[in-house]
Design a protein around this ligand. Structure first.
Ligand code: SF4
Ligand code: SF4
Length: 190
């Protein structure tokens, strides 16, 4: 949201912007619909095509920096993922981009497969949960569109922050695969 003077109101902290998604996740888990038995295929090339906004990328970068993980080794792994899954060569009909799948560089096999703190994780990752107990290879999971929409509606100024980041870093996209989005923040330093 922009003030009458054209200034954008500050962005809420990452944890606040994810609170409803995390609460939803906890509620889903309490029903027994957990990911505990799953190999985590929603994070691999089998089913992962997650794309994130500039604000989400900056949230991830902030956390990785705080944890001492924003390193040349990470940048090499991000680049390797981009090349391996050809994420820099997107296809489409000019109006829509066909989403490519890739194994997320933050995934490690197993039930706790993601190494990104939930308060800084992509919104779409938090919203995607099992629909029944005992899922082992995905296939019966869904994204909570309602929770994602509620989150978006609660933080209307995020659109303006994305616009500012897009201009500042000359990003040709509104959303990009996780490694592409993070690499854009490496190349165009804060
Ligand atoms: S950020 Fe985490 S949850 Fe999201 S795709 Fe990567 S490993 Fe999976
Ligand atoms: S149960 Fe579904 S949401 Fe959970 S890790 Fe497996 S594929 Fe992902």
């Amino acid at each position: 949201m922009e003030s009458s003077a054209g200034e954008i109101t500050p962005l809420a902290p990452p944890a606040e912007r994810r609170a409803n998604l995390r609460a939803h996740m906890r509620a889903v888990n309490e029903t027994g619909h957990t990911c505990a038995a799953c190999t985590g295929v929603c994070c691999t090339f089998v089913a992962n095509s997650m794309r994130i906004t500039p604000v989400e990328a900056l949230d991830m970068k902030t956390r990785l920096e705080a944890e001492g993980r924003w390193t040349p080794e990470l940048f090499a792994r991000l680049q390797e993922t981009v090349e391996r899954y050809r994420l820099d060569r997107e296809t489409g009909d000019g109006r829509r981009t066909l989403r490519k799948t890739y194994t997320c560089p933050f995934y490690t096999p197993g039930p706790r497969g993601c190494s990104i703190h939930p308060d800084h994780k992509p919104y779409g990752c938090l919203a995607f949960n099992a629909k029944r107990p005992g899922v082992t290879e995905g296939g019966d999971c869904a994204s909570s569109v309602k929770e994602l929409e509620n989150r978006e509606a609660a933080f209307p100024n995020e659109t303006a922050h994305n616009r500012v980041l897009k201009t500042k870093h000359q990003l040709p996209w509104d959303k990009a695969p996780i490694p592409t989005a993070l690499l854009a923040l490496v190349r165009r330093k804060q």
